[in-house]
Write a protein that binds this ligand. Structure first.
Ligand code: ZN
Ligand code: ZN
Length: 148
C-alpha cells in the first residue's frame, strides 16, 4: 500500500506549546520544529473518514507516548489536533533477515502497520544510501587486500 500524500502546514505556536508541555518533550522546542515546517501524513492511503496523522516528536519516557499531529480537511476547512499517543504494539518479524521491526504508528491507528506502507521518496533515499555505502566499501577494498 502506498503512503497517503496529504501535506499540511504546522500550526507553529500551538505545536510549540504542545512540545513544551508534553512529558519527555524536547529541551528546546524551537530546535525540534521549524516555523515553516510541513507535515506529511504517514499513514497508508485512506479515505476522508480517517484523520491524517504526522509524527511530531518521539517522547523520552518509559511508556513512549509520542506527539502526533492529526488533521482532516484542507485550508480553512482543516480541523486539527495535537495528541500524545502510545505506540502501536505490533512487531514484524522478518524470518529471512532475522530482524524485528516495530510499527512506527500509534496504537489503534487506522489502516495497515507502517511496514506495509511504502513511501516512494523514503525508498528512493534508502536506495541512494545503499548505493553510496557500496561505493565506499568498494573504494576501501584495496586497503583490505594490503595494496597501499
Ligand atoms: Zn492521510
Ligand atoms: Zn501498527
Amino acid at each position: 500500500m502506498l503512503q497517503c500524500t496529504a501535506v499540511t502546514e504546522v500550526p507553529y505556536a500551538e505545536a510549540l506549546l504542545a512540545l513544551a508541555t508534553m512529558e519527555g518533550g524536547p529541551g528546546r522546542p524551537p530546535d525540534a520544529l521549524a516555523p515553516d515546517e510541513f507535515l506529511l501524513c504517514e499513514l497508508g492511503e485512506h479515505d476522508e473518514s480517517v484523520q491524517h496523522a504526522a509524527h511530531l516528536w518521539a517522547a523520552d519516557t518509559p511508556d513512549d507516548r509520542d506527539l502526533w499531529f492529526l488533521w482532516s480537511g484542507t485550508g480553512a476547512h482543516r480541523v486539527h489536533g495535537l495528541d500524545t499517543l502510545s505506540l502501536c504494539p505490533a512487531l514484524y518479524r522478518d524470518l529471512i533477515a532475522h530482524t524485528v521491526s516495530a510499527c512506527a504508528f500509534f496504537d489503534h491507528h487506522p489502516g495497515p502497520h507502517s511496514w506495509a506502507v511504502t513511501d516512494p521518496l523514503g525508498d528512493l533515499l534508502t536506495e541512494h544510501t545503499h548505493a553510496e555505502v557500496r561505493r565506499l566499501l568498494s573504494e576501501g577494498d584495496p586497503d583490505e587486500d594490503g595494496q597501499r
